[in-house]
Design a protein around this ligand. Structure first.
Ligand SMILES: *Cc1c(COP(=O)(O)O)cnc(C)c1O
Length: 393
């Protein structure tokens, strides 16, 4: 008989009942060191006091009002994002997938209103991930996500990752209106786009008048050691998708845009019942107030250096299991020689959580405030897991 929960996930046999910092407590009492953070969501770990306070204070006064009215915490969060990013304006969603939907609509509407309605195509890249909605799977285009789900939403041009010539050629097409890319591919296996490539993409967009849409759902909100990953390359997008970390564990997403890119999105062109809800935005403000602090970001970079150094040691000590470390900041991938899923499973045995990704990579996306002691403990546990995988192999 089918599970009463639709069985779309292969779940590991653990059930966590509480969390504290980078630790999760299993029902049976075991304590797991959490290096996945709900897949880059719990940027401040579990049960961070400032977030708990923001949420409970909001819960005690007002849970929900419609976007038919002004929402103070939503306005405050939009102001914070405008202050700290390229954005002139923000629409709030409940997830990365919804942010993708709006980014696509915004690009299409932009060209429609500019009198070039034929510019409906959006260039995307192999290995990318933009969510599981009709637009999200069509944008990424992988067989794994689209199989049996047709007919797919038209309007995406899929290019190989890193094929410069294919990109320059595709960008010339009169039906292309935008380029959509993750500065660091997450699901795709922690594949960073080199800064020079992101700069090149920006130049290409400027040359052809295309909108640059960045998907920073996974790599944004301090994850790479900048508030947003594109800052490393010194460029800014026209539209940016955000989610995951921005809510610190409360469902919240956003689409940030320049005034020009958002010019088609006038009253009535988009909406959401829950998007920008008072509970979500109260938490989002608390997250931003902590993460956007330059001292916090500086500490993320210090911790990232520490973790990376430990991981380089781990790879050197376990050459039959690992091939190398890649990624940026606290968005790191262990490229494996052994099966990545075996490494993740062995980690469960050592009570440490990491997340598999494509390209045989094990992803580490810890809380941005993980302690130095927990980083050392992570390395110890991962080493034990690796030794076990090597012994089994
Ligand atoms: C997770 C993710 C999404 C989808 O976000 P959801 O909140 O799961 O809908 C989109 N893009 C990227 C890069 C992601 O990592």
């Amino acid at each position: 008989m089918i599970s009463t929960v639709l069985p779309t996930y292969n779940r590991a046999p653990m059930e966590f009942v509480s969390g504290d910092g980078s630790w999760l407590q299993e029902k049976d009492g075991r304590r797991f060191l959490d290096l996945g953070a709900g897949i880059a969501v719990n940027v401040l770990g579990h049960a961070h006091p400032a977030l708990v306070d923001a949420l409970t204070a909001q819960a005690n006064s007002l849970w929900h009002v419609s976007n038919l009215y002004h929402i103070g915490s939503q306005q405050k969060l939009a102001d914070l994002l405008a202050e700290h990013t390229f954005a002139d304006t923000t629409f709030f969603t409940n997830s990365g997938t919804e942010s993708c939907e709006l980014a696509v609509k915004m690009a299409r509407k932009y060209w429609h209103d500019k009198g070039q309605p034929e510019r409906t195509d959006i260039i995307t890249f192999e290995g990318s991930f933009h969510g599981r909605s009709a637009a999200g799977i069509a944008a990424a285009g992988s067989e794994k996500m689209t199989h049996g789900m047709g007919p797919l939403l038209p309007g995406f041009v899929h290019l190989p990752f890193g094929d410069h010539d294919a990109l320059t050629e595709a960008a010339k097409s009169p039906t292309v209106g935008a380029i959509l890319v993750e500065p660091v591919q997450g699901e795709g296996g922690i594949r960073p786009l080199p800064d020079a490539c992101l700069k090149g993409l920006r130049d290409l967009c400027d040359e052809h008048g295309l909108l640059m849409i960045l998907d920073e759902v996974q790599c944004g909100v301090g994850r790479t050691g900048k508030l947003f990953a594109h800052e490393w390359a010194g460029v800014s997008p026209d539209i940016m998708m955000v989610a995951k970390g921005i809510g610190g564990g409360f469902p919240l997403g956003a689409v940030l845009a320049t005034e020009e890119a958002a010019s088609g999105m006038t009253a009535g062109t988009h909406g959401s019942t829950y998007g920008g809800n008072p509970l979500a935005c109260a938490v989002g403000c608390a997250v931003m107030e902590i993460v956007a602090d330059p001292a916090f970001i500086e500490d993320v970079n210090r911790k990232a250096g520490l973790l990376r150094q430990k991981l380089e040691g781990l790879v050197a000590d376990n050459p039959e299991v690992f091939e190398g470390v890649r990624g940026q900041g606290l968005m790191l991938g262990l490229k494996c020689k052994a099966a990545n899923t075996d490494v993740v499973a062995a980690g469960y045995g050592q009570e440490v959580l990491c997340v598999p990704a494509a390209d045989n990579v094990v992803r580490l996306l810890p809380a941005l405030n993980i302690t130095d002691e927990d980083i050392a403990e992570a390395a110890t546990r991962l080493d034990k897991a690796a030794k076990q995988v090597a012994g089994d192999g």
